[in-house]
Design a protein. Sequence first.
Length: 255
Amino acid sequence: MKILLTNDDGILAPGIAAMYRELTTLGEVHVAAPETGQSAVAHAITVLRPIPVRKIHVHGEFHGFAVEGRPADCVKLALTELIGGRPDLIVSGINDGSNLSINVLYSGTVAAAADGAFFGVPSFAVSLEHGEELDFSRAARIALRLISEFLQRGLSGGQLININIPNLAKGPPKDVRVAPQALQTMEDKYVKFQGPDGRMYYWLDGDFGQIDDPDSDLHLLNEGYVVVTPLHFNMTHYQRIGELAAWSWPEVSGF
């Protein structure tokens, strides 16, 4: 099996090294990841400049392509130029921090996996909840168990799965739960301060506050479960198609 491993925390991040070690039990692992951290860049790609790429030896464990671009750039380059053909599987992670609710729209980790799914490759995004002790090795073993379960049951092209693992410092996960995204926005706030250059600076902060949906990914991770969420990115609102098509639209041919 040919596997592409990527992330958004950067090729030197501990999460990608832990995931690499586990994935080698499944097959041939190729790594293409951002040279520096690219958290919360969503599905941005680089179009206004060329993308530098260099092959490096990471922590004495593996060779990989360090890409001066976004997570989605890494996947596009890997599939078309860097690894000599399409992989059978793409894994993005392990991310330092969970990717839940509407935050999957901002996540570079999820975007990298989504780009693989766009190419028709089964793809997984894997994230570990923040905590004082980030046991990426243990999280990678958990992720491998879940990915192996999908492999045993059969992977379909374009499948996109989001896996979130709870803070392991609190103890072992209770179980695995399949859950939808919470449709809950964060309660954004900004920390304001004045810089030495005289300008005002704003640092984004915030949290989800009270969790509304007890069956959602947000609630279940908070309760200590490993959460599996199948995703897709067809954003068409099909229920409104017929309604809008029935409108009498203004004439626009004369403009």
